[in-house]
Design a protein around this ligand. Sequence first.
Ligand code: PEP
Length: 249
Amino acid sequence: MRKKIVAGNWKMNNDLAHTESLISDLKKQKNTSVAEVMIAPTFTNLWMAFESLRQSDIEVIAQNMHFAESGAYTGEISAKMLKSIGVTTVILGHSERRAYFNETNELLAKKVDAALDNDMSVIYCFGEELSDRKSGKEEDVVKSQISEALFHLPKEAFKSIVLAYEPVWAIGTGETASPEQAQDMHAFIRKTLAEKYGEDVADSVSILYGGSVKPDNAKEIFSKPDVDGGLIGGASLKADDFFAIVNAF
Ligand code: PEP
């Protein structure tokens, strides 16, 4: 059975006080879901969030990391640093990292390697732009984002990889891919994995959908057979909304 996951990406939101208060609200929520729940606070609040949620069923994960172990990379954070505070999962390749920080598939391949070398799990994000979809290139774009960053890996590596399909036109825009669009792309991703690594790997990798998932559309999106959960941005900043999405599973 594939893991079901709902992960909240808090992005560059919430200072220390807000993080404390949101975590305290999250702790009051009733979790009736079969999904694993994760939150990704900003780096400065990771340790506090990790400590505060240590006894809970919410995993604290990172939004990004550098590929090097240490050295002259001002402003960066390494896998070892994340591991040293107990964080063992990292989001890589978010479209905002690709768009504003020029992260390429080639760079992401190095980050994925660094995470796996440090026994971390990766939520690898990718997705097409609106112009790609309008010109019918969405599958080609998604295939190259997956193959260029991940297809150098051995089969076993996929035990530590979760994929997150996030069409750029649906992130933070209020526009969601229809459940059918999400299902079609997730099925295509699984087929692409099967062609390279075989059906066993394709069937075992969780594929999350991200892009304006909200309490009122989560159930329908999550009901699709190839959608194994969600990566949630805006709606993860309110405990009630986030748990309404989590409990949609
Ligand atoms: C995201 O940033 O990963 C995301 C899905 O954002 P939102 O839910 O706000 O569209």
